[in-house]
Design a protein around this ligand. Sequence first.
Ligand code: E4P
Length: 215
Amino acid sequence: MKLFIDTANVEHIREMADLGIISGVTTNPTLIAKEGRDFLEVIKEIASIVDGPISGEVISLEASGMVKEGIEISKIHKNMIVKIPMTEQGIKATKELTRLGIKTNVTLVFSVNQALLAATAGATYVSPFVGRLEDTLHDGIQVVSDIRNMFDTYGFDTEIISASIRTQKQLSDSALVGAHVATVPYAVLKKAFTHPLTKNGIEAFMKDWEETFGK
Ligand code: E4P
């Protein structure tokens, strides 16, 4: 499973890219707004840091507007993925952008049926929102697992981005049930590096070494 970072914060992206663990970036209108910066400027900066898929989301609600915006987003950089909301109009736009050879990420997916529709329209990625499902006491990981089984059964090329990840368990479970990608917020990625036994182990190794050989 590949790791993407789910943020528009370029410092956080730079830090994780520097560690060599991320192969893509997802943004959404909320994440862009949080940075308070111009969309184009932020996306260009992200593209200069990470050489991998970068999702930029359309804000139109009509298919024609989504397609127009999607074409513009695709022109920003060769790695751009047009993120489209999972609606009837979104699926129509996905079909058209696919026809034009533009890659898409159908977002706000909460069910197998939505993933089936997105894949049928030719989406490059679908993004089931695990955290938001689990916030409402649904089993988000089961949805990811079911989508994976369905894609495998019918030979869809569409990749699953396990999104809206809030916990370590949601991240590891995404990997275990076969998500192709997990897009993970900075804080969750940071935490994934750590384990109390790793910390204790390093301290014990250092102590034993120093007792015998000095500092
Ligand atoms: C997906 O690409 C979205 O940007 C993101 O994962 C949404 O996460 P949230 O539910 O924490 O807003």
